[in-house]
Design a protein around this ligand. Structure first.
Ligand code: ZN
Ligand code: ZN
Length: 253
């Protein structure tokens, strides 16, 4: 499996996942034009994308899905309620595939798991191929025991590290939004993520990708430093930060 973040952060999310047979986007929260440019930058023809798989119906995850699906013919997979909530982005001529449980796209199998966030439902995905697993888990206010159990099974773990609590509280957002972000159906702070990682990383964990950072209320260096304070600097080589405006390196499993 190969994984590349085309964009990750509060302003838009799109993760490219490739196996021997399949090419999939997890979320399409930047414009279709940006997605196709960033795919081409890593040598991937946008027409070769087999599917767009959605986590939830917030704009920063679905913005480009409809246009990309219409232009390149990629089917959109999502929870039936997520697909119902995004009709504004659809013209009814896309191929829509509602899943109700685990599903496969060619040789990639997807096991969705529910996470607490203020779009209902919101899911993360455990993505398997050849005994290897990538877990994508962003947009959650807290990690439940069940979520922790899924994260322990990841070879590569892509996990939200959304905000620094002091930057959020002292920053420019209106009070209601600050409360929403910090709530149990909002987003994980760097400290939440550090504590969570301390509980879940184990001998299986090869790589941790910090994702969905806020550009306003966080910085890559602060997120990395905070998380490493929890899990220990001996794990430094394992942790990478994904960025909003940059295509990441390609991570291989
Ligand atoms: Zn989001
Ligand atoms: Zn969200």
């Amino acid at each position: 499996m190969r994984i590349c973040s085309l964009s990750s952060g509060s302003k838009g999310n799109c993760i490219f996942v490739e196996s021997a047979d399949a090419r999939v986007l997890v979320d399409a929260g930047i414009s279709a034009r940006q997605i196709s440019q960033r795919l081409q930058a890593i040598g991937v023809d946008p027409t070769s994308i087999d599917a767009i798989v959605l986590t939830h119906a917030h704009n920063d995850h679905i913005r480009g899905a409809g246009v990309f699906a219409r232009k390149y013919g990629s089917p959109i997979y999502g929870h039936p309620e997520t697909l119902d909530q995004m009709t504004y982005f659809l013209r009814k001529n896309e191929t829509i595939v509602p899943w109700t449980k685990a599903f496969s796209i060619k040789d990639l199998s997807f096991a969705p798991f529910e996470i607490p966030h203020d779009a209902f439902p919101t899911v993360g995905y455990s993505i398997h191929q050849n005994g290897k697993s990538l877990v994508v888990c962003t947009d959650l206010g807290v990690a439940t025991r069940q979520v922790e159990a899924v994260l322990r099974q990841a070879d590569i773990l892509l996990i939200e590290s959304n905000h620094d609590p002091d930057m959020l509280m002292n920053g420019p957002y209106p009070w209601e939004l600050k409360e929403r972000i910090a709530s149990r159906v909002g987003h994980l702070s760097n400290h939440d993520t550090g504590e969570l990682l301390k509980a879940v990383i184990n001998g299986r964990t090869q790589q941790v990708l910090l994702a969905h950072l806020s550009e306003i209320n966080n910085s890559p260096q602060i997120a990395l430093d905070t998380v490493l304070e929890y899990i220990g600097y001996r794990h430094e080589a394992m942790v990478k930060v994904l960025e909003q405006r940059k295509v990441s390196e390609i991570f291989e499993l």
